[in-house]
Design a protein. Structure first.
Ligand SMILES: [Fe+2]
Length: 570
């Protein structure tokens, strides 16, 4: 029996997981517990939580695996301090942080120009992590793995495929920004990599920041806004920055995203934000699709697995889907940097013991609460509540048909950024006003951003055009909706008729399936609008108390905590 603690600890999206004998027992994003969106640094609370969930004692951990080979010392220190203070990282508004960023950039170029500084960097951060782990009584050997290999491991080792292409792309990790690998004979073999001046993450994030959204968080807004733009010279300007040459992406980008965003702000100042968004989205789509086509042509492999933050872009993923040569594709659901805790641990087990490669069907790896715990919490509040045995059926047929907003907090929390029916806000998708209701209350975000539909598996083909029969359980791929979808669920259909869909199977989440199914029996539509259970700018709720606060002060009408239905006191 081998127990591995996986860790992701860098500038953002820290996380921890426990994998025993190749099975993921628990995984959690640090941001959920600290409630600081995208929080980075050492994931102390996530480690404690995965150990509490699994009951694994510190002495039972055989190895610790980290999803970065090297980590930049000043950035690590800064993140750790910020986490201690529980404050938001918002460097652009703070002069001290501006100075810090400049020092970091200087240090970054120095540390890469000198072997000695690289060694100092590595040994000091390695010592720091060992000290941090020792405070938790964890003394197991620590191994750092290359960041993109960890991304690739999440995709390959959970794909369920014996042979596939694996493509990774992100902002930057261990000096690399994208890779192409072949997974065959149980071996992951990298055949190409691209460096920091061809960073797709920095390219897209640079435009995102240049048009007024936040790098590392606002990319979804850029992606949505792109659908409202048109071709202008902005496209010609941006496409000069990236070229695909065989299996490599070559670029002319500055190593630091902030310098890129300053440059793009100047270059794009005469264009509308939607046209700049259109341009950056199109260049990203063309770059990735060309890389995928070249990789298929070179290797003859038509099944492709993806990981890395770039593949949160569901419109790019739709373009990949449309490539005729792609027979099958799999996008790891936690494809951002929190996923490399799982990647590092899987890689470690793969190298030592071998992993039985099974397709990931669900990511309910997080914290859960029993009905007894919920009752105890509720009994100390003023809320009106009742226990309902068949809660899914009741909420689907009796509650959601009233066009109300329901907070749905049941079972183990999802790992990664998507709410998949464990920490979700649900509403009927049949009226566009329901979308506006969410936007004007709990989710104060731009109206152009779409909401996602969760669809009953048995009816999926009525609503989604998916001729390649790709598995779609994780909301990571946009596909075209059918005319039935457009007519029946306008609140979850994007302007171009695309939908970022979750196919909900009964055997994966029985109660969530029951809500959709019973809503369908009442309304004739087996679809629900499903958005993450958080206020704009906040991390997804982690505790029942946080959910109750959103019921009291947010726009929710009802809240489900396990089998308890709680009404908002009027
Ligand atoms: Fe990454």
């Amino acid at each position: 029996m081998t127990v591995v603690l996986g860790i992701s600890e860098a500038s953002s999206d820290s996380s921890a997981c426990i994998i025993r004998d190749g099975i993921i027992l628990a995984a959690i994003d640090e941001e959920r517990i600290r409630r600081i969106k995208h929080c980075g640094g050492f994931p102390e609370l996530a480690i404690k939580e995965v150990m509490r969930i699994t009951g694994i004692k510190p002495a039972e951990i055989d190895r610790v695996s980290i999803g970065y080979k090297e980590i930049l010392l000043p950035l690590y220190l800064k993140q750790s301090i910020l986490n201690q203070r529980s404050v938001k990282l918002n460097p652009i508004n703070n002069w001290k942080d501006k100075v810090g960023i400049q020092m970091f950039e200087k240090y970054y170029s120095w540390s890469h120009s000198s072997k000695f500084l690289k060694w100092v960097n590595y040994t000091s951060t390695q010592n720091m992590i060992k000290r941090s782990l020792s405070k938790l009584n964890i003394f197991a050997p620590v191994t750092r793995y290359d960041h993109h290999t960890c991304h690739a491991a999440t995709a390959a080792l959970t794909s369920g495929w014996e042979r596939c292409l694996v493509i990774t792309a992100d902002g930057r990790g261990d000096g690399i920004t994208s890779t192409v690998s072949i997974f065959e004979n149980n071996e992951l073999k990298k055949i190409s990599e691209s460096t920091v001046n061809a960073s797709l993450g920095n390219f897209y994030g640079g435009v995102t920041e240049a048009i007024g959204f936040r790098y590392g968080d606002g990319e979804g807004k850029t992606e949505a806004l792109a659908a409202f733009g048109k071709e202008t010279k902005a496209y010609e300007i941006l496409k000069e920055f990236l070229k695909v040459d065989g299996l490599k992406i070559k670029g002319k980008l500055d190593p630091h995203y902030r310098n890129i965003s300053i440059l793009f702000k100047e270059l794009l100042k005469d264009f509308k934000n939607e046209d700049s968004s259109y341009a950056v989205q199109r260049v990203l789509d063309e770059t990735i699709t060309k890389l995928v086509k070249n990789a298929i042509k070179e290797t003859g492999i038509n099944k492709v697995a993806f990981a890395g933050g770039i593949f949160y872009n569901v419109k790019t993923n739709q373009q990949i889907y449309e490539i005729p040569e792609v027979n099958d594709l799999y996008i790891y659901p936690a494809s951002g940097d929190s996923g490399v805790s799982i990647g590092a641990a899987l890689l470690d087990i793969h190298l030592h013991n071998g992993v039985s490669n099974k397709r990931t069907e669900q990511v309910y790896y997080g914290t859960s609460y029993s009905n007894e715990q919920i009752k105890s919490i509720l009994s100390k509040t003023e809320f009106t509540y009742e226990y309902i045995d068949d809660i899914g059926a009741h909420v689907g047929s009796e509650i959601l048909s009233k066009d109300v907003m329901v907070g749905w907090f049941r079972g183990r929390m999802e790992f990664g950024p998507r709410a998949l029916g464990a920490r979700s806000i649900l509403v009927s998708p049949k009226k566009l006003e329901n979308k506006k209701k969410i936007l004007s209350t709990i989710k104060k975000r731009p109206e152009f951003q779409p909401f996602c539909p969760s669809i009953k598996h048995e009816s999926i083909n009525d609503y989604v055009i998916n001729p390649k029969k790709i598995e779609i359980p994780f909301m990571v791929l946009a596909l075209e909706g059918t005319s039935k979808m457009v007519e029946e669920a306008p609140a979850t259909t994007f302007i171009d008729k695309s939908i970022r869909v979750q196919d909900v199977k009964e055997e994966i989440n029985h109660e969530f399936h029951s809500v959709i199914s019973n809503f369908g029996k009442m309304s004739g539509t087996d679809v629900l609008l499903n958005t993450s259970f958080n206020k704009s700018g906040h991390a997804i709720v982690h505790t029942p108390e946080q959910a109750l606060t959103d019921l009291k002060y947010g726009g929710l009408d009802y809240l489900v905590l396990e089998n308890y239905l709680i009404s908002k006191n009027k």
